[in-house]
Design a protein around this ligand. Structure first.
Ligand SMILES: Cc1ncc(COP(=O)(O)O)c(C=O)c1O
Length: 399
């Protein structure tokens, strides 16, 4: 018969009962270095064209780092605006006390959502006359000018007014009395590709299209309206992409999306993924490890079981392809990554014990592992690696 502890009438102390009493570093966690974000922003800003503003892109919970924390340090580093993807992300930042202008980079298309947007002092991205009209009507109702950014599609084929119709549509938009055009922008589709400086590359063609359009509607970068095109890669290509604002994500978090450009930068990763060793076992030669037993030991092997798995956001297709760091030493991960745990071969090491902390992403001594390394191994991009980390991993600030 099962005995339930509660039914035995024991009065456990509060420390045993509440979730908040669990040590944040009890299992696996993400450490975020606010200072690294701040210095990255400062460094990137020093490369900007004069009077060019820095919008910190903090969507997807600040690329998995914690949007509130990232915003705080990005602002300390000189970011003057913030970019989020959704209404909810924007509202969360406002309710956490962020005062800077916030642009919603995703699309809002209903009167209800656009009204909530206005009431939270957030700026929507507008891609059509229809959306403009809704904003104008809302502005009229509240007797104010609804601040927004217009987006034009120069080659991404995602959001934005079609370039070839925009000049004509802009005349109409200017006649709306209850909107305030705070920005005009576009988004680069391929800035991180190796040929982006080639005059015929998509990136250069998009820039030319954008410049032509701005000329046609008679808006230049000295205007009050924020003109922005560049993401991290675009910003690093050259100053022609800067206009009077850039929208920066990946490089602010410490990773250069370009392989050949920006080598003189010393960006510092702000995210460290760490995990505790939950168990250690020694197994014989010829024994299978993890689901499917696909990895078979070729010698007597000492395994450390780490408390992290694909349910935390470590891609399962990295099984057997990554290493972890402990005390300036690299150890290979072996066998399939499971939902909540993974195994590491620590044969020959007496340093790793149950309860030791190992680093999956970040650095320790002179060893470092980056989301860019993981992305290459799992055939994806570092952006996806960063955004995959789940809420199960506490974010712990470590400055
Ligand atoms: C519209 C827009 N601008 C800027 C960014 C920032 O891009 P990056 O992380 O490459 O700097 C993104 C990110 O996906 C985006 O969607």
């Amino acid at each position: 018969m099962q005995i339930q502890q509660k039914s035995q009438g024991i009065n456990f102390d509060k420390h045993a009962i509440f979730e908040e009493n669990i040590d944040q570093k009890q299992r696996a966690w993400i450490e975020v270095k606010g200072k690294a974000l701040e210095t990255n922003v400062r460094q990137l800003r020093s490369k900007l064209r004069k009077n060019c503003e820095f919008m910190a892109v903090v969507k997807a919970d600040g690329y998995g780092h914690d949007a509130k924390l990232v915003s705080e340090y990005a602002i300390k580093g000189g970011a003057s605006q913030l970019g989020v993807a959704t209404l909810k992300e924007g509202i969360r930042l406002r309710s956490s006390g962020v005062k800077k202008p916030i642009l919603i980079l995703g699309n809002l298309y209903t009167k209800r959502d656009l009204t909530i947007c206005l009431k939270n002092d957030l700026m929507p991205t507008i891609s059509s006359i229809r959306e403009c009209l809704i904003c104008n009507n809302i502005g009229k109702y509240y007797k104010l000018k609804f601040a927004l950014h217009l987006k034009v599609d120069t080659g991404m084929s995602r959001l934005g007014f079609s370039c070839n119709k925009f000049v004509q549509q802009f005349e109409k938009i200017k006649s709306f009395e209850n909107i305030s055009i705070e920005g005009i922008y576009s988004h680069l589709s391929s800035a991180d590709e190796h040929n982006s400086l080639d005059p015929l590359s998509n990136t250069q063609l998009q820039k030319q299209k954008f410049q032509k359009l701005l000329k046609q509607i008679n808006v230049d970068r000295d205007h009050n309206i924020k003109i922005h095109l560049a993401n991290s890669a675009g910003m690093l290509l050259n100053k022609d992409f800067h206009f009077n604002m850039v929208r920066i994500g990946l490089s602010m978090y410490g990773y250069n999306p370009l392989t050949k450009i920006g080598k003189n930068l010393s960006l510092k990763p702000a995210l460290f993924l760490k995990v505790k060793v939950a168990f250690i076992r020694i197994i014989d030669e010829g024994v299978g490890v993890s689901y499917g037993g696909k990895f078979v030991t070729s010698r007597k092997t000492k395994l450390a079981v780490l408390s992290i798995g694909y349910a935390d956001g470590v891609p399962r297709n990295l099984s057997g392809k990554i290493k972890v760091i402990h005390d300036n030493q690299l150890y290979p991960q072996v066998g399939s990554i499971t939902m909540d745990q993974m195994m590491v071969d620590i044969t020959g090491s007496n340093r790793i014990k149950i309860g030791s902390t190992v680093v999956l992403l970040g650095s320790d001594g002179d060893k470092s592992i980056s989301p860019i390394d993981w992305a290459k191994e799992s055939n994806t991009i570092p952006w996806e690696i960063l955004c995959s980390f789940k809420n199960r991993l506490p974010r712990v600030q470590v400055d």
